[in-house]
Each structure stands twice: as structure tokens, then as C-alpha cells.
Design a binder for this molecule. Structure first.
Ligand code: DAT
Ligand code: MG
Length: 149
């Protein structure tokens, strides 16, 4: 089953929006299989955002993600990557539609509240950075057969 990494970034935690964002992700039917409050180290930030090294916003991005606690989550389900990305909206809140997390709660590309892996391959890599194998749980829900055929 496909899994994806979600980060509720420091702005989401500071603004008290974690519950709102988790509720939106949870009600899609995707299953929470990992979750923790944590402070991202500079080393972890550099590895997580490795694809952006050298871009003009890289320093600000690392400074931001390490500035205050985040909530790291793993969601599981068919098409988990694309469903989370759709729920998040576009990278720039100004271009993100109403009904999306970034469109409803953001104004600035550097304060866009939430991270979601951009492909199943990225998800495997990123989940490995944020979670050990024993932190990702496998369990059934009574509703599973009402969510997935
Ligand atoms: P996404 O988070 O939608 O996957 P991304 O991987 O291209 O977007 O970029 C990672 C983060 O970097 C993004 O959430 C916000 C920041 N970022 C991207 N482009 C930026 C830009 N042009 N100026 C400032 N921050 C930017
Ligand atoms: Mg990305």
C-alpha cells in the first residue's frame, strides 16, 4: 500500500492549525500510520531538502523548517501521494485554490504550512529520513472496506 510523508511545518504548529490540517487529511480516508512532534536538525533539513541545494530560497527554507517544532506524519492508502498533494494545494498559496490547505490558510510561498512527498519514490526516501521502521504501524480499521474496494 502506498505511503507518503506529511510535515506540518513550524507555521502550522505556531498558528494552531495542526488539528484543522490533520482533519482534512484524515477525512479523505487515508490512514495515519505514523505521527510525532519533533524539532528538525540542520542535518535532517539539508537531507530532506537536498533537491533544492543551490536554489536562492534554500537557506531560508532550511532556516524556517528548523526554527520551531513540526509534526511529522505518515499517511497510507491507494494514491496517498497524489491525494495528499491535492489536499495541500499548489506550492504558492497565492495560486492555490480555495478548499486546499495552502489556499485557505496561506499567503506566502515561504510559509505554506505543509509538506507532502511529490512521488512514491520520494515518499520512500523521505519516510526513511523521518521515521524508523518500528514507528510506522500496520493496523486495520473497521471502515477500511468502506474506503477501499
Ligand atoms: P512543494 O513543497 O510544493 O513540493 P517544492 O518541493 O518545489 O514545493 O519546494 C519546497 C519548498 O520550498 C516549498 O514548499 C516552499 C519553498 N519554495 C519553493 N519555491 C520557492 C520560491 N520560489 N521561493 C521561496 N520558497 C520556495
Ligand atoms: Mg516538494
Amino acid at each position: 500500500m502506498e505511503k507518503t510523508l506529511v510535515l506540518l511545518k513550524p507555521d502550522a504548529v505556531q498558528r494552531g492549525l495542526c488539528g484543522e490540517i490533520i482533519a482534512r487529511l484524515e477525512r479523505t480516508g487515508l490512514k495515519i500510520v505514523g505521527m510525532k512532534l519533533m524539532q528538525v536538525s540542520e542535518d535532517l533539513a539539508n537531507r530532506h531538502y537536498g533537491e533544492h541545494v543551490g536554489k536562492p530560497f534554500f537557506g531560508g527554507l532550511v532556516g524556517f523548517i528548523t526554527s520551531a517544532p513540526i509534526v511529522a506524519m505518515a499517511f497510507e492508502g491507494n494514491n496517498a501521494v497524489s491525494i495528499v498533494r491535492k489536499t495541500m494545494g499548489a506550492t504558492n498559496p497565492a495560486e492555490s485554490p480555495p478548499g486546499s490547505v495552502r489556499g485557505d490558510f496561506g499567503v506566502d510561498i515561504g510559509r505554506n504550512l505543509v509538506h507532502g512527498s511529490d512521488s512514491p519514490e520520494s515518499a520512500v526516501r523521505e519516510l526513511g529520513l523521518f521515521f524508523s521502521a518500528d514507528e510506522l504501524l500496520s493496523y486495520g480499521r473497521a471502515t477500511d472496506s468502506w474506503i477501499t474496494e
